[in-house]
Design a protein around this ligand. Structure first.
Ligand code: LIP
Length: 279
């Protein structure tokens, strides 16, 4: 039986999501200019700081007190417990406390607090806050996407030759994966107006939402990196898919967003589709 959430409950979740994003933003902004305590996770380039952990703890404590029966998925809790993720139909708050940790460590301002809420395994609310830039991206399913309250619309670009495509090197240092990603980057540079990397899946999806970049594809990210941003991109009119062209799969560790279906198809045809395992 699918879970039913009433309109007034959705409105409340949205207000709470904004509140927790602002709280998280204050902590991140305060820590941004200070010295960082850094550790590594799955590779020497997969970074975590005490701020990531503190923000996730703060957010979960706040949310769990309000919604003890809901489910919670967080990047740093998952890293600490090593538990396999389980996405259920229940309302689920999915958090990346700092998406763009490498940016954070290197004082690059594209650092995001990302919060997606799923019900029946579908994103219904997405909030991505870039506190250093004070950019609050928001979306509720069926109600459009916004940046600081202004409605967003993706670019409408249909032609890959005239597109800017956002992509990332990612944190895996497996030689085979790096090689395939470089081949993809070579193909993208050759086929388009150019590539860009903002260093955060959440920010990348929000840039597609606002038309600052026509498409984005990445392999090797996790549900907490893209669940909020993908709703923001699709509510702004972009197409969100699995990079192969099939339906997006939240647990598949990869996503593609493009301004139009035609651009999405051109990218699907161009890229090598890496299987990075499942969350
Ligand atoms: C980051 C992603 C980014 C990817 C990085 C990293 P984190 O997430 O948002 O798109 O290229 O390798 O996975 O670790 O900063 O939360």
């Amino acid at each position: 039986m699918p879970v039913e959430v009433l309109d007034h409950q959705l409105r409340e979740y949205y207000t709470v999501a904004l509140e927790v994003a602002r709280k998280a933003g204050e902590v991140i902004k305060d820590a941004f200019k200070k010295e960082k305590t850094i550790d590594t996770k799955s590779s020497a380039a997969d970074l975590v700081t005490v701020t990531d952990q503190a923000v996730e703890k703060m957010a979960f404590a706040f949310l769990k007190e309000k919604y003890p029966s809901h489910k919670f998925i967080g990047e740093e809790t998952t890293a600490e417990t090593g538990e396999k993720l389980q996405l259920t139909d229940d309302p689920t708050w999915i958090i990346d406390p700092i998406d763009g940790t490498t940016n954070f460590v290197h004082s690059i301002p594209e650092v995001c607090f990302s919060l997606g809420i799923t019900v029946n395994k579908e994103p219904i609310i997405g909030v991505v806050y870039l506190p250093v830039l004070d950019q609050m991206y928001t979306a509720q399913k069926g109600q459009g996407a916004f940046l600081n309250g202004e409605k967003l619309k993706s670019s409408g670009q249909t032609d890959l030759k005239k597109a800017v495509v956002i992509c990332e090197g990612g944190s895996s240092r497996d030689p085979d994966i790096v090689e395939k990603k470089l081949t993809n980057i070579h193909r993208l540079v050759t086929a388009s107006h150019g590539i860009r990397s903002y260093g955060s899946a959440a920010a990348n999806l929000c840039r597609v939402a606002q038309g600052a970049g026509d498409a984005y594809a990445e392999y090797g990210i996790h549900i907490w990196d893209f669940v909020a941003g993908m709703l923001i991109a699709s509510e702004a009119g972009a197409v969100v898919k699995d990079p192969s062209g099939s339906e997006v799969d939240l647990m598949s560790r990869r996503v593609l967003a493009a301004a139009t279906p035609s651009l999405a198809t051109q990218l699907s045809d161009l890229l090598i589709h890496l299987d990075m395992g499942r969350d």
